[in-house]
Design a protein around this ligand. Structure first.
Ligand code: GLA
Length: 377
């Protein structure tokens, strides 16, 4: 990928710039908890967005996407928003840095990636954090701290891409470390690295190849439900709610809002339970919690779909330790905690059964927990 980027950069812009990369993410458990002030448990993966970038002494950004074979050019003022949606992620990052008093001038860039799009692996966060990290290095002497880089990506989603996401994806993409998952408390922003190298298990992603679209989507409506319930309870976020409190207001809120909040309250506890189980090396409990999360996301939070529920059923039938839909939902993939000696059988069965039913094969990715945003040599 690096070689290709370098060739195309030279061809388009002449000479060379600096290379940066940032990663997609997985999340072991803690879904839709980030914007509720709860806990998440993500890690960066070995699928990245990589860019070569060089300041061009103008106030214009010129950028080429190899994967889409598209070029975009835009200025740095608020009304210079580019037409292409992919370019808005980069434009948004520039704008969010400028709004925070940081420096961004024009630059030339070529980028490519191998984070599958729409698979729930946060390709957009990888793109945002790759450019946020690079522009911090190139124009700001790295003065913007890492949390702020993550927030710049998150604000880009909110203000330029229409998704009111939480902080998990950008956090994972910026803070990720090889071989380690991270438990982040999204209220205090305290975090802890957890080495994750189970001897007998692997994490396998099964991508349904059903695409989701979070913009103008049910994602923002899920968030609104949670905020409505929090307001009714007189608290900032559902982090401070429990089932007793929720049951007391049950008759004042819609059934839909009730089940959304119930999921969040239960999921918050599951992250803590999984941490305890990991500390004991008890992967059976980790797996059981993953199945519980899937059931909650499917029935109470309603962000699953037929294909993902089917993937989950197949995992259970095969004796997979844990399986659940991962990320925002509405398509994408399941994350599976699989005993090493079951791996081949599971992959074979899931590919066969899914293909038979839906006419296309799911994609299988082995997960390697890797580093997040960085400057490349
Ligand atoms: C998307 C969002 C995240 C998070 C997850 C669900 O990936 O970008 O902030 O809310 O969905 O856990």
């Amino acid at each position: 990928m690096k070689k290709k980027i370098s060739e195309i950069f030279e061809e388009r812009f002449g000479g060379h710039g600096t290379f940066y990369a940032s990663a997609g993410r997985i999340n072991l458990i803690g879904e839709h908890t980030d914007y509720n002030g709860g806990f998440v448990f993500p890690g960066a993966i070995d699928k990245v967005i990589m860019a070569e970038i060089r300041p061009n002494d103008t106030m214009t950004v010129r950028v080429f996407s190899i994967d889409l074979n598209e070029y975009a050019e835009f200025g740095l003022n608020e009304d210079d928003k580019p037409a292409q949606s992919w370019a808005r992620y980069i434009f948004g990052v520039c704008r969010e840095i400028l709004k925070r008093g940081g420096v961004v001038h024009g630059f030339d860039a070529v980028f490519a990636g191998n984070v599958p799009l729409g698979a729930g692996l946060s390709s957009s966060a990888a793109l945002e954090s790759c450019f946020a990290f690079a522009l911090n290095d190139l124009f700001n002497d790295n003065k913007i701290d890492k949390f702020e880089l993550a927030r710049i990506g998150q604000s880009t989603e909110h203000n330029y891409c229409g998704v009111k996401c939480g902080i998990m994806d950008q956090f994972a993409s910026v803070f990720g470390q090889k071989g380690k998952l991270m438990r982040l408390d999204c209220r205090s922003m305290e975090y802890e690295y957890f080495p994750f190298n189970p001897e007998d298990y692997e994490l396998i992603l099964v991508d349904s190849a059903v695409k989701h679209e979070l913009v103008d989507s049910p994602y923002n409506r899920r968030r609104e439900s949670c905020e409505r319930v929090a307001r009714r309870l007189g608290i900032d976020t559902l982090r401070d709610a429990d089932m007793e409190m929720l049951n007391k207001v049950k008759s004042d809120i819609t059934a839909e809002d009730y089940f959304r909040a119930k999921f969040v309250i239960e999921e918050k506890q599951r992250v803590l339970d999984v941490c305890d189980a990991l500390n004991r090396g008890d992967y059976e409990t980790v797996g059981e919690k993953m199945y519980e999360t899937h059931a909650g996301l499917s029935k109470d939070y309603e962000v699953s779909c037929e294909e993902l529920d089917y993937l989950n059923d197949i995992a259970r039938e095969c004796g997979v330790t844990g399986s659940r839909i991962m990320g925002g939902g509405f398509g994408g993939c399941t994350i599976n905690l699989v005993k090493k000696d079951l791996r081949d059988k599971f992959v074979k069965t899931v590919v066969e059964k899914f293909t038979l039913k839906y006419g296309h094969a799911p994609k299988i990715y082995d997960v390697i927990i890797s580093d997040g945003a960085s400057k490349l040599e």
